[in-house]
Design a protein around this ligand. Sequence first.
Ligand code: HPA
Length: 234
Amino acid sequence: MTVHIGAKPEDIAETVLMPGDPYRAKWAAETFLKDAKCVNEVRGMLGFTGTWNGNRVTIQGSGMGMPSLSIYANELMKDYNAQTLIRIGSCGAMQEDVKVRDVIIAMTATSLSTPSRGIFREINFAPCADYSLLEAAVTASRKRDVGTHVGGIYSSDVFYDERPDLTEQMMRHGILGVEMEAAELYNLAARHKRRALAVLTVSDHLITHEALPSDQREKTFGDMVEIALEAAFS
Ligand code: HPA
């Protein structure tokens, strides 16, 4: 048990999928895993462990934003020895050719700051995905009937952004989408020599202002979970 995860050491698998929303963790575990059992309920940040194609997997909520994700990812890596961590979540599209429902596989994650800022100091570290996971996720995604984009994303500290100039610079430099967690997951994976990736579904569009209707979310998020699982065990 750690401060924020009540699971026994053996209850957490080496492969962990991390949605921001604990209820999405529950849904994904019940939908895609066999024999899923709840392994964490501390603060309602639900975690489940089961098997997928015979492989053990944990699906643990991370909460929203990098400080929250940092707590869970640190404990999973350092105390539970998680080796492969894949964020599954939603993002806002920042390019015209990226459509709502498409999948973005994040090669890099740009940020203004992360919880690791304090140790990096003057270093502008470039948080990037594990290449083997990235390649496998791209292959898995391209097999499906889903628009797939691979490139840089922006991990923001705010959902309600009041810096339109910043969004404009991100768009100008080809950033595909914005979310709030991946950069710190990549930083921690680099520090602890683990594999990390973020597979994201576009839920809203910063240019067209289109948003994914709630009745279509499940199917689209399901693609993302399967892509992450295939990538983890390929
Ligand atoms: N901003 C930040 N995070 C997000 C967004 C957004 O527009 N959409 C989904 N996650």
